[in-house]
Design a protein around this ligand. Sequence first.
Ligand SMILES: NC(=O)c1ccc[n+]([C@@H]2O[C@H](COP(=O)([O-])OP(=O)(O)OC[C@H]3O[C@@H](n4cnc5c(N)ncnc54)[C@H](OP(=O)(O)O)[C@@H]3O)[C@@H](O)[C@H]2O)c1
Length: 299
Amino acid sequence: MTTTSSKIVFTGITGLLGGYFLKTKKSGYGIIGIGNKNISQNNDNFFQIDITNKKQVLDFINKINPSVIIHAASIGNVDYCERNPDEAYKVNIEGTKNIINAAKKARAKIIFLSSNAVFDGNNPLYDEKALSSPIDIYGKTKKEGESLIKMSGLNFVILRLMTMYGWPQAGGRGNPVTWIIDKLKTGEKINVVSDIYNNHLWAGQAAEVIWEILKKDIKNETYNIAGMDCISRYDLALKVAKIFELDPSLITPVTSDFFKSIAKRPKNTCFNVSKMETQLGIKAVSIDEGLALMREESK
Ligand SMILES: NC(=O)c1ccc[n+]([C@@H]2O[C@H](COP(=O)([O-])OP(=O)(O)OC[C@H]3O[C@@H](n4cnc5c(N)ncnc54)[C@H](OP(=O)(O)O)[C@@H]3O)[C@@H](O)[C@H]2O)c1
């Protein structure tokens, strides 16, 4: 078990997952957060570090000397990665190399956040042994990140997260659920794809998974982490309308070729979550439960 005096560095503390990791904090852990553009100047435990700066990362990790680094910082906007491949590679791959380099010096364990985007979406349900075959730049950077972590010689855990939903922190990026809520609240009509499937992940569940990994001190394992229900984006929108009491008649189903988005989306990357449920003892949260929890939080 990780000792109760464990010092944890969390990269990406200003992101969606970082927010829920802080909200679900367990006692006995010291969390030192790294962010970039959205870091708060009012928290003594949060620091502005650009993970693409090798020396800055190394000096910082040397000074903190953590036992665990949770590496969640990344560029996660799929279309942005497609339009800006150099920046995507710099942050998601060079940044990960810099974190690995520093983790080696500190002899820290690393928990790396990967994605359902490592799969092409043609052969669900994906378990941990399924072959990864990303179809976009973002997914390629995550696959490469996984390889770097596995080859690093460090104690590692790779968590492949399904598309998450929850309330972002100030300045943070939205997600499918906040997008639907924002549009329906203003009475805007929306077209939503009915042929892209995910078992959408409540960000609070993802955070609980990390705490369980820390508690059980798991090493050298990969987990596919997702919610319970494999549903289309259109069905998700209908559920959001129901739970947040918004108007479902504003939602029109369309097929994905309707959108001229830059990155092609994998059709169905739903995960088989039995390893998460049996080894970690974490039950996949249903979409109804997750949305109800999100609604509760906003009251
Ligand atoms: N959200 C999802 O649906 C999803 C699904 C699958 C996997 N994941 C993975 O899970 C992890 C967490 O996702 P998330 O949604 O919480 O992320 P997010 O909300 O997009 O936040 C990204 C984080 O990365 C930080 N960051 C970006 N560039 C940086 C740089 N050069 N130096 C230092 N920090 C930098 C950002 O800092 P600032 O905001 O301060 O600039 C922010 O804290 C990511 O690795 C993501 O790829 C997410």
